[in-house]
Design a protein around this ligand. Structure first.
Ligand code: LR7
Ligand code: MN
Length: 566
């Protein structure tokens, strides 16, 4: 039922697999933007340490999720707001594709109503953790662009119903120039809810900054517009931030099915990670940390946060420079914030006793004025240029198309980094994310020798043979260092490519792409064969520049001897 347009985080494979031991049901997707799900039916078995009488029945679970405040204050919480009228004003018409406008099943969301019982997905030991009685209140900030009325309302009501009222100072909605201003306006009839509408589309980053600037509480809580908070979600986060304002904390993000809106428990031992293309993914916490975790209620350190759902002290948010407001629409701001928090003296944690559900989608239902890919590149490029120091080269080799794309001025952000006296990305790699592998260390470099001569790149277009340099190790000039990472013959992020598929065609260097057939090589005996044309790399020493010709391994000009650089 989904349209085929894809998001930057579009999952490519989703396959559901039951573990051999029958213990767990997990969804594996190769991009891992949706957390692993622990099947409800089998959760009891996983809690074998729990005494029998501690296991809750469904009825008890229901009793717990409808909090005491909800029961006492049902009326006051919503005030004069006419929920039924609000939802009825916008209904799917018979025959409409329920996925079209929001990339989730709107019919199912509408059918559910604004309040429902959800399973308390926390570890049972969370129920007996104590929090300070006098925790400070928070301003909830929700930005949205054309969110469905039923999901937006459910987000707000879950906050009002499942949080101690004294902790909710206000709920600030930022309507990011949605088509219908009434969506937001009408909701401000609900007590504590305020609505700010952007005069033009700003994107979630500038919208959140606007919300934060107008917040009156000293603690900020950010939520996406299609969430459902779970039992006691707020206290653990406010407690940690109250104890130390430099902590930036997130809940475990549970999964709300985009098809049937089932609320599914996410695995409790995941943290946020990424690859060099700055693609977010959930990953298992490192095994040593997992083994030393004997209290499942303790925080989990995370290298990055998913981005949408977190709590942060307002003065710390401002001190650290809020967000990079030159980032547009969606994407990348979670890396920028995460690097900044860690490198400038703070920390990021996931709190397992806090759970918030989120509808994970497969595509963006809204448009990107500059296009989805360009926007993601602009935003991540800004994050890489400001924060990643020399490690940004790995970003560019993983995302060659980012080179040469506009990203605006970063002078202000560099000044900020300097002023805050932040640590280096090298420090971040060593202390926060040592598990992230560095590509260069994995690919060994070698020279490609022909007698005393070596293959050399001379600028982007021309290649040639030159006397092999005497320098050793790091002193060896870059122009003679090659990494044979099949099928690519790389020099960092540029790769050897043929210019045409016919014999006699010259070779050149260009940005690497695993998908480019002109860049595919394989060693064949002493020669280097271009995979698709079947022709071999020939130095053509006396005839002209290096080219591809008919393979003849007995020809000295086709024999390449890789020699490791040590
Ligand atoms: O132009 C826009 N203006 C907006 O106000 C575009 C979006 N938005 C709103 C939108 O209505 C929603 O409330 O911004 C919020 C996030 O947009 P989504 O829900 O389309 O994004 P997502 O859930 O795919 O995005 C995750 O990554 C984003 C990177 O920029 C943001 O950080 C999101 O907040 C973040 N969501 C989460 O972290 C929830 C868990 C998902 C994961 C992983
Ligand atoms: Mn979202």
């Amino acid at each position: 039922p989904h349209s085929s347009s894809s998001s930057a985080l579009q999952p490519r494979v989703a396959d559901i697999r039951r573990h051999a031991d029958g213990g767990r049901l997990e969804i594996h997707r190769d991009d891992r933007t949706i957390p692993l799900i622990v099947s409800d039916r089998l959760r009891g078995e996983q809690r074998s340490g729990e005494p029998r009488e501690r296991r809750r029945t469904e009825r008890e679970i229901e009793g717990m999720t409808l909090s005491p405040w909800a029961e006492q204050q049902q009326g006051q919480l919503i005030g004069s707001f006419d929920e039924k009228a609000y939802l009825l004003e916008k209904q799917l018409k018979a025959g409409d594709d329920p996925y079209r406008d929001h990339a989730f099943n709107l019919a199912e969301s509408d059918r559910l109503g604004s309040e429902r019982v959800i399973r308390d997905t926390r570890h049972y030991r969370c129920a007996s953790v104590n929090y300070d009685a006098n925790l400070p209140p928070t301003s909830i900030i929700i930005t949205f662009n054309n969110e469905a009325r039923s999901t937006l309302l459910r987000t707000i009501k879950s906050v009002l119903l499942r949080s101690p009222p004294s902790l909710i100072q206000e709920i600030i909605l930022i309507d990011d120039f949605s088509t219908d201003p009434e969506d937001c306006q009408q909701l401000s009839q609900i007590p504590k809810v305020r609505c700010l509408r952007n005069e033009r589309r700003e994107g979630l980053i500038r919208s959140r900054v606007r919300g934060a600037d107008s917040a009156s509480a000293s603690i900020l809580t950010f939520l996406d517009s299609h969430c459902e908070v779970n039992t006691d979600w707020l206290q653990p986060m406010i407690q940690r931030v109250k104890e130390d304002r430099t902590r930036v904390v997130s809940p475990i993000i549970d999964v709300i099915s985009l098809d049937n809106f089932a609320y599914l428990a996410a695995s409790a031992d995941l943290r946020g990670g990424f690859d060099w293309s700055l693609h977010f993914k959930w990953e298992q916490i490192p095994i040593e940390q997992k083994m030393s975790r004997n209290d499942p209620t303790l925080p989990i350190r995370t290298p990055v946060i998913a981005g949408g759902i977190f709590v942060m002290d307002k003065s710390w948010f401002n001190h650290l420079g809020q967000y990079d407001t030159h980032m547009d629409i969606w994407g990348g701001e979670n890396f920028e914030l995460s690097f900044r928090v860690w490198m400038c003296g703070g920390s990021l944690e996931i709190l397992p006793c806090s759970r918030v559900g989120h509808v994970f989608r497969k595509r963006h239902p809204y448009d990107f004025p500059e296009g989805n890919a360009l926007t993601y590149i602009k935003n991540t490029r800004r994050a890489a240029e400001v924060w990643m120091d020399e490690y940004k080269q790995y970003y560019y080799s993983a995302r060659p198309s980012a080179q040469g794309k506009a990203f605006g001025s970063i002078a202000d952000r560099l000044t900020l980094r300097h002023k805050l006296n932040c640590k280096s990305f090298h420090w971040y790699m060593e202390n926060v994310y040592p598990e992230l592998r560095i590509p260069e260390r994995d690919a060994v470099s070698s020279v490609l020798r022909q007698g005393g001569m070596c293959l050399e790149s001379l600028g982007s277009d021309s290649l040639g043979l030159a006397e092999c340099s005497r320098g050793s190790g790091a002193m060896r000039p870059q122009s003679q260092r090659w990494q044979l990472v099949e099928p690519l013959l790389r020099q960092q992020d540029i790769c050897l490519a043929i210019t045409a598929f016919t014999a006699g065609s010259k070779v050149k260097m260009e940005p690497c792409s695993m998908k480019e057939p002109r860049q595919k090589w394989k060693p064949k005996g002493p020669t280097l064969q271009h995979v698709v044309s079947g022709l071999c790399l020939d130095s053509q020493l006396s005839v002209g520049p290096p080219a591809i010709t008919q393979c003849r391994p007995q020809l000295a000009s086709q024999v390449w001897e890789p020699q490791l650089i040590t």
